[in-house]
Design a protein around this ligand. Sequence first.
Ligand SMILES: C[S@@+](CC[C@H](N)C(=O)[O-])C[C@H]1O[C@@H](n2cnc3c(N)ncnc32)[C@H](O)[C@@H]1O
Length: 201
Amino acid sequence: MDAAAWDERYAAEELVWSRGPNRFVAEQLAELPPGRALDLAGGEGRNAIWLAQRGWDVELVEFSQEALDKAAALAASADVQLELTLADLTASPTLRPADLVVVAYLQLPRAPTRAVLRQAASLVGPGGTLLLVAHARRNLDDGVGGPADPEVLRTLDEVVDDLSGTGVTVDVASEVLRPVTTEDGERHAIDLLVRARRTSG
Ligand SMILES: C[S@@+](CC[C@H](N)C(=O)[O-])C[C@H]1O[C@@H](n2cnc3c(N)ncnc32)[C@H](O)[C@@H]1O
């Protein structure tokens, strides 16, 4: 989906994603001391706002102006400030390093995903953390919801390989289950969770 398609999707619904943070973002980052955070492809800001509420200075980067407008309104109603940047991540925008870089549910084909993840890793400052959450390719057969296009779904091996040679150390790389309420009751979506940190400069 290009920026215009995402704009259309964001304009069509009051809230496309949840009001609160993604559960894995919250679980992984609740104990991290605040600093500067980058939320790449941050959508309507559910994770950025949660981080800002915990004292982080957050820059949310998006190529959908509609998403940024919604993030601005939601941040204002939550009484927090976000730095909002309109940029296409596949064009390698110039961004300042951060203590935390979050990439949640970016849905791009393999080559641009690899480029964005490598840039995300390069933006993690010394001692900083990179958190990636993504839809697993296995979700297509064994999970529920999520994109139906296998091109934009990843495997753990792909994500870990994409980060190789970027200078970050991967501490967590696992498939995780996200409960989803469906007409047939509670089912699970299969996500990928990768957490890495930069130990060297
Ligand atoms: C599934 S949403 C996830 C939003 C947010 N990370 C969250 O978890 O709530 C994917 C987001 O990626 C954004 N996006 C996709 N391709 C992008 C690109 N090339 N540059 C910047 N943002 C992009 C879309 O506009 C969309 O908001």
